[in-house]
Write a new protein. Sequence first.
Length: 399
Amino acid sequence: MKWEMGTIRGILSTRDRESEVLLKMRGLYLFTGLAGGIFNPYVTSLLVHQGLTSQVIGVMMAFGTLLAILVQPLWGIMVDRYQRTRLVLILTLIVPGTLVYFYNVKWLAVIILVYSLYTIFQSTQTPIADSYAVEAARAAGTSYGTIRLFGSIGTALGGYFGGLYLNWLGITELWIPFLVFNLLALTLVITIPTNVDRKSTTVSFSQGIRQLLSNRVFLLFLAGCFLVNQTLTAFNSFFVLSFQMSGGSFAWSGIALLIASITNVPAMLAASKVLRKYGYEKTLMFASTAYMLRWALQWLIPVPGVMIGVQVLHGLSFGFFYIAAVEYVASVTGKELQATGQSLFNMVFVGLGGIIGNLLNGYLLEAGGPGLMYFSCTVSAALGTLMLYRVKVVSHRNQ
């Protein structure tokens, strides 16, 4: 009887710990989502306030993304070889949180240095947080999406209240809420257990890359993803700036950002059902078409009211596309090459797409205003849709 009671107490204690970790992970995603939602959409407006042009901002952001890609292997060594997962996650909160104040220094060299360091540390936050989230979800018997959902909620609220905050205090005070929410996230991270499962593979990273790049269908998929996702920088990096150029205010841009981010919540919940019913390729084509419609409306009618209303397409475009793409990579690469496939996908989708997108859209916004930028995005999304249609045709032919 004593043994049974001890076993029951042990089970209850384990469940309590799992529930506690799950709660902390949801809080971490909520706070980092709030921090990013408040800061990221408005940083270009801050940089313009400091005297930079949108073209210079695009080049700087592209350079920062390139540095982040080059430094990623070093983060991987620190995490995997030296087992410093939580330390790295702590650094991704502390360093960017304290650096953003220095955007207020009106020296181009200082701003470039700050942005580069910010991106190097910030870029590794998501994959490390995800590794904790996946493990916490498995242990608690739930799904990763129930944790990641809080990141979208935080981003939505952050974008909305960020616009109100800036109308109240001004763009130079943008660093304050970003630092506060990073510190709140830090208080959760330092109490999260460090044990995260790591799986080994018999295929090296370079071998896996060569094997995947020899797959014609996978190359077509990557090309389609690149053409579609480089357009997202028009929203992530330049929406608030283009919205102001079209006559909008900070407060109204916050409403647009809230609408965009909140649509990710139902999209993420519905994506699994849509994928089961229509498959990966059709879902990707549907999402890329939503991207095309989203940019076309802002190109044809570049007025604040339309630019706000069109953000209802964010969940149907980004939300569906990202989940379908990650699931597609997992299905075509198999267990042995899954990690390599996801890494290659992120290098193209986030890395290369971010570099080219920031350079191109920053230049187009400077040269021809919002209309030219959104026209280019419409064409790029259309070409990406054609690439993904080709993936569908070739895949079905090979079956």
